[in-house]
Design a protein around this ligand. Structure first.
Ligand code: HXC
Length: 277
């Protein structure tokens, strides 16, 4: 398993000026896969800054514990770390049970867990392709299904937000596996939004472009993104983890109460103008 974690992966924001009222999510509980680092960590931070409790799940328990402690100290809200590989249904179900035991509710599910690497399609092994689909697409399904069956279905619904990518909007070399898996998630969103909408479940995606200060950008973007990349972004900069977190907050809040089966692209317009993102 690639592990290129650095301290900045669990760095809190230097400051946070509120666009929404600070108690926006008071009393709510979020279950966030991949919440222990990078974009998932900042999503967790921003939700907790709005008085949400959180459950963060991932494969690296020591890092999750450290992240949870940091976020609890920063926000004064509860954050429960649980070791889960989203590919393993029994671990996912046990984590959802733990979350419900601890907090008695789940209001928001953020599917942020992802795996990726650069590889030409011609060299990609069956297991390489399967691994990325297993983490991204099947993982999203596994967790969504568990949270729906164990809580949303019989408790008035909830809110699912999947973190995808812009890779599949235009097609990119070396990313057939990840782009296809993210496209599957966006397709799945529509099916689940239709099936579960009558139960009060909203399902949306946030689709980030290149986001600085992330493992994805260090490990994948840096090698692919050309030097004139920013010049070609209509909004003239790279994305930040906060950009993605604020979009997630919007979709997690009542401000988006009539929005389901939508993808909110958070890339400064880059997918339209840049050959890679
Ligand atoms: C080719 C590779 C490979 C590579 C792994 N594989 N790395 N193939 N090039 N660089 C193949 C292996 O050879 C193996 O197939 C199969 O994938 C499984 O590899 P494992 O190492 O056994 O899997 P695992 O330990 O589960 O690790 C999963 C992983 C890994 C996805 C491969 O990279 C990982 O855990 N990454 C950490 C999370 C991560 O990537 N975060 C960034 C997400 S960024 P064979 O055939 O040999 O058995 C993101 C944003 C997208 O998603 C936007 C990007 C710009």
């Amino acid at each position: 398993m690639a592990d290129e974690a650095v301290e900045s992966d669990i760095a809190c924001l230097d400051h946070y000026d509120y666009f929404f009222r600070p108690n926006l999510l008071s009393g709510k509980v979020a279950f966030i896969t991949g919440g222990g680092s990078g974009i998932g960590f900042t999503i967790t931070e921003v939700l907790m800054r709005h008085q949400c409790s959180a459950v963060i799940v991932g494969r690296k328990f020591e890092r999750l514990k450290k992240a949870a402690k940091k976020l609890e100290d920063l926000t004064g809200q509860k954050c429960l770390p649980v070791k889960v590989d989203v590919r393993k249904v029994n671990e996912v179900e046990a984590a959802v049970d733990m979350a419900l035991k601890q907090f008695s509710r789940i209001d928001i599910l953020v599917n942020g867990a992802a795996g990726n690497f650069l590889c030409p399609a011609s060299q990609l092994s069956y297991n390489g392709l399967k691994t990325v689909f297993d983490i991204d697409a099947f993982g999203t399904f596994n967790v969504s299904k568990a949270v729906y069956n164990k809580y949303f279905k019989n408790n008035g619904g909830g809110n699912i937000i999947n973190i995808t990518a812009t890779l599949h909007y235009s097609g990119h070399p070396l990313q057939c596996h990840a782009g296809s898996a993210k496209a599957a998630i966006e397709g799945m969103m529509r099916h689940l939004a239709v099936e579960w909408g009558p139960d009060g479940v909203r399902v949306n995606c946030v689709s980030p472009g290149a986001v600085k200060d992330t493992e994805g950008f260090r490990r994948l973007g840096g090698k692919r993104v050309p030097s004139n990349y920013v010049q070609n972004v209509p909004l003239q900069r790279l994305g930040t983890r906060r950009d993605v977190a604020d979009a997630t907050l919007f979709l997690a809040s009542g401000a988006s109460a009539f929005i389901t089966s939508n993808t909110l692209i958070v890339d400064g317009g880059s997918w339209m103008t840049n050959p890679v993102s």
